[in-house]
Design a protein around this ligand. Structure first.
Ligand SMILES: C[S@@+](CC[C@H](N)C(=O)[O-])C[C@H]1O[C@@H](n2cnc3c(N)ncnc32)[C@H](O)[C@@H]1O
Length: 199
């Protein structure tokens, strides 16, 4: 696929601005559209599937020291922010010991997940792995979010969005799917965004 070989607008912009991945602009668009990080306060945020670290770096820059960020991934980060308010935990979100540590660092006003399983190219397999991950993210989000908090989760588009959105609507004031412009045109990923968590 030639499109993947040639750096696109977003990849070049990310490089120029010091981010290891272009995915940062998806988060930027979601946060702006849904007003997820309003000025003021001292929010606690959780970034799931954080490596190589663009979302975490963007959040830390946005927080500018006023708030704290916890991040988790099975892989190492490609960034090393010298930030006292940043905690990175290496491990799987599916591992109960890791979930327990993330719970201890909460509650969070915002949980974002760009976590995605490594793809096989088989859409059905990829979709089902993504759903397992998203169910796990959602379960953790419901445990660690503070009342009024927001949840953002990546999911591969398939048959499950409607069911997940319905489930989210039962626990949040609003929930919907949103595909940022920075998503690659041929990608079948989208994001579920739920705001106004009801404890
Ligand atoms: C698309 S990348 C995230 C990019 C990141 N948001 C950034 O801006 O740099 C997806 C990440 O999900 C992570 N991931 C996949 N399964 C995971 C799991 N079970 N627990 C934690 N992280 C996981 C992968 O290791 C990968 O780093």
């Amino acid at each position: 696929m030639a499109g993947y070989e040639k750096p696109d607008f977003w990849t070049l912009k990310a490089k120029k601005e010091g981010y290891p991945a272009r995915s940062v602009y998806k988060l930027e668009e979601i946060v702006a559209k849904f007003g997820l990080m309003k000025a003021g306060g001292s929010p606690a945020i959780l970034d799931i599937g954080a490596a190589p670290g663009s979302w975490s770096l963007w959040i830390l820059r946005k927080l500018a020291g006023a708030g704290k960020l916890a991040a988790v991934d099975i892989q190492d980060l490609g960034i090393a922010p010298p930030d006292a308010n940043f905690t990175f935990i290496k491990g799987s979100i599916l591992d109960e010991a890791i979930r327990a540590r993330l719970r201890e660092l909460g509650p969070y006003s915002l949980v974002v997940s760009d976590a995605a399983p490594s793809t096989t190219g088989n859409r059905l397999v990829d979709q089902s792995r993504s759903e397992e991950l998203v169910e796990s993210v959602m379960g953790l989000g419901l445990e660690v979010l503070a009342p009024g908090g927001s949840l953002v989760m990546k999911i591969f588009q398939g048959g499950e969005e409607k069911r997940l959105i319905t489930a989210l609507k039962g626990r949040f004031a609003q929930a919907r799917a949103f595909k940022p412009e920075a998503c690659r045109a041929i990608s079948f990923e989208t994001y579920l965004v739920a705001t106004g968590f009801k404890r």
